[in-house]
Design a protein around this ligand. Structure first.
Ligand SMILES: C[S@@+](CC[C@H](N)C(=O)[O-])C[C@H]1O[C@@H](n2cnc3c(N)ncnc32)[C@H](O)[C@@H]1O
Length: 194
């Protein structure tokens, strides 16, 4: 696989090795020739792993529409910089219609899709409880039956900033009678079985 971003770690969540670890735990769910969406993209490195499985991949993040930096206000954390670089790195796939880069918030993006349009969605966006519940509810309509809702930062520690993801995923899984099929290294996933 060609990885077109720097491989060094420039944030706790952003390095080739961390992407690879996460990818290994979910790759069996991604299929082939899929229509998928990564929601919460930032610099775009994880999309390199996801795109191998896709005939169409949506990369969705508000970037500069949310805030000018993700993390500390340093040049390498610039949202405009990340957005601009993604357009350049993915230019070929964008031109061929295989990748769509969408500067939008998760819920409006999901609401814009037809029913059962996606084979899977990978959620790595705001991580707040209320936002994640809304993202999960919107995902249930747009992921086809048999597809997967997958994500990052499933943290059982109540003091964690990402604990809202844990609460929201558990609630939606329980309310709908789904079963968590991945719970490793903070990755989580369940199959949409109805
Ligand atoms: C941890 S980063 C994503 C990392 C990326 N998935 C990766 O693996 O490299 C979180 C991203 O979520 C985005 N984000 C925050 N709130 C969002 C929302 N409501 N909808 C979509 N994306 C959001 C931020 O702009 C940020 O780029």
């Amino acid at each position: 696989m060609e990885y077109r971003f720097p491989k060094y770690k420039d944030a706790s969540w952003n390095s080739y090795n961390r992407h690879m670890e996460r990818y290994q735990t979910i790759k069996n769910l991604l299929g082939e020739n899929a229509i998928g969406a990564e929601i919460g993209v930032y610099k775009g490195g994880f999309g390199e792993f996801l795109r191998q499985h896709c005939k169409q991949l949506y990369l969705v993040d508000p970037w500069h529409r949310l805030k000018p930096y993700w993390g500390a206000a340093t040049p390498e954390n610039s949202s405009v910089g990340a957005f601009n670089n993604i357009l350049q790195v993915y230019a070929d796939e964008i031109e061929r219609g295989r990748v769509q880069v969408v500067a939008e918030f998760a819920v409006p993006f999901l609401l814009s899709l037809p029913d059962a349009h996606l084979d899977w969605v990978y959620l790595d966006a705001s991580h707040l409880y209320e936002d994640t519940v809304a993202e999960l509810r919107a995902s249930l309509r747009v992921v086809r039956r048999g597809g997967y809702i997958i994500g990052d930062d499933y943290d059982p520690d109540p003091s964690s900033k990402q604990h809202g993801v844990f609460l929201a995923v558990n609630e939606i899984v329980k309310d709908n009678g789904f079963v968590l099929c991945v719970n490793t290294g903070r990755q989580w996933a369940f199959q949409v079985t109805r």
